[in-house]
Design a protein around this ligand. Structure first.
Ligand SMILES: Nc1ncnc2c1ncn2[C@@H]1O[C@H](COP(=O)(O)OP(=O)(O)OP(=O)(O)O)[C@@H](O)[C@H]1O
Ligand SMILES: [Mg+2]
Length: 244
């Protein structure tokens, strides 16, 4: 038991998580993994492997069928997304999640919905220090932004609550290569400021290149876990996920 005990350096731990949907209960088949404080961890794997399902389960939008989650040693199994947010754990689902008809500022305020009124202005200022390009677009409707700017806005909405751990489902999806690089740079910058990340990425090479460790999820199970550098050099991983 002592050997298994969660140390204070572990920010997130999953123990034998099983989850699925309706008639397909067997999508996640007993996944255990951990994220240490200030780590960037990337999950890669083929389409349909269950990556998004796993992140949804951690993020509180899908209840696990079995297993436990621990956040800094505290059992958070069954907590809902807003409760997790109050603990410092932010989940961002796959796809663009901004409100298109609202302005950039209104979107940021939505991101801060769990905050007190008196905290909102400081939170917006803090977000704008990370995303200065949003400053002059505060009054523009989100639908007028480019894809990359919308992704920056989405991350900015998440940062309104100053999270300690960000769960990001494909933050670079659908963006031009140069903009993808901006997103990964931003993740590194936030990580240098102390945030931890667990992310899913199709752009496995770039994601692993900024990560400490990675997991390969295939058919709902962790197939491999290793240092990101080792995964980048692993011939089988290169062939399957890194384009040779
Ligand atoms: N809401 C749902 N209801 C029923 N089945 C679902 C639902 N969402 C996903 N699935 C199924 O669960 C399996 C895993 O899907 P999931 O979206 O987790 O995969 P993924 O690894 O994120 O794939 P991708 O790389 O394409 O995003 C798939 O077979 C999918 O069809
Ligand atoms: Mg997915």
């Amino acid at each position: 038991m002592t050997a298994q005990r969660t140390t204070t350096e572990t920010i997130l731990r999953l123990e034998d998580i099983r989850a699925g949907y309706g008639n397909a209960q067997d999508i996640i088949k007993g996944v255990s993994l951990a994220v240490e404080e200030t780590e960037i961890v990337t999950i890669i794997g083929p389409n349909g492997a269950g990556k998004s399902t796993l992140l949804k389960t951690i993020g509180g939008t899908l209840a696990p069928r079995a297993g436990q989650f621990y956040y800094r040693g505290e059992d958070i199994t069954g907590r809902e997304t807003h409760e997790l947010l109050e603990l410092g754990l932010l989940y961002q689902a796959q796809g663009r999640n901004v409100f298109p008809d609202m302005t950039v500022r209104e979107n940021l305020l939505m991101g801060g919905y769990t905050l007190q009124q008196s905290e909102l202005d400081d939170a917006i200022d803090r977000v704008l220090t990370h995303f200065p390009q949003l400053q002059e677009r505060l009054k523009v409707e989100a639908k007028m932004l480019s894809g990359g700017e919308q992704q920056m806005l989405e991350m900015g909405m998440g940062l309104m609550v100053d999270p300690d751990l960000l769960l990001l489902d494909e933050p670079s999806a659908g963006l031009a290569p140069a903009v993808q690089s901006d997103i990964f740079d931003k993740i590194e910058e936030l990580n240098r400021n102390g945030a931890s990340f667990l992310m899913i990425e199709q752009n496995a090479r770039q994601a692993l290149s900024i990560s400490d460790r990675g997991y390969v999820l295939a058919l709902g199970e962790i197939e491999l876990e290793d240092d990101a550098e080792a995964l980048l050099e692993n011939p089988r991983i290169r062939e399957l996920y890194l384009g040779g």
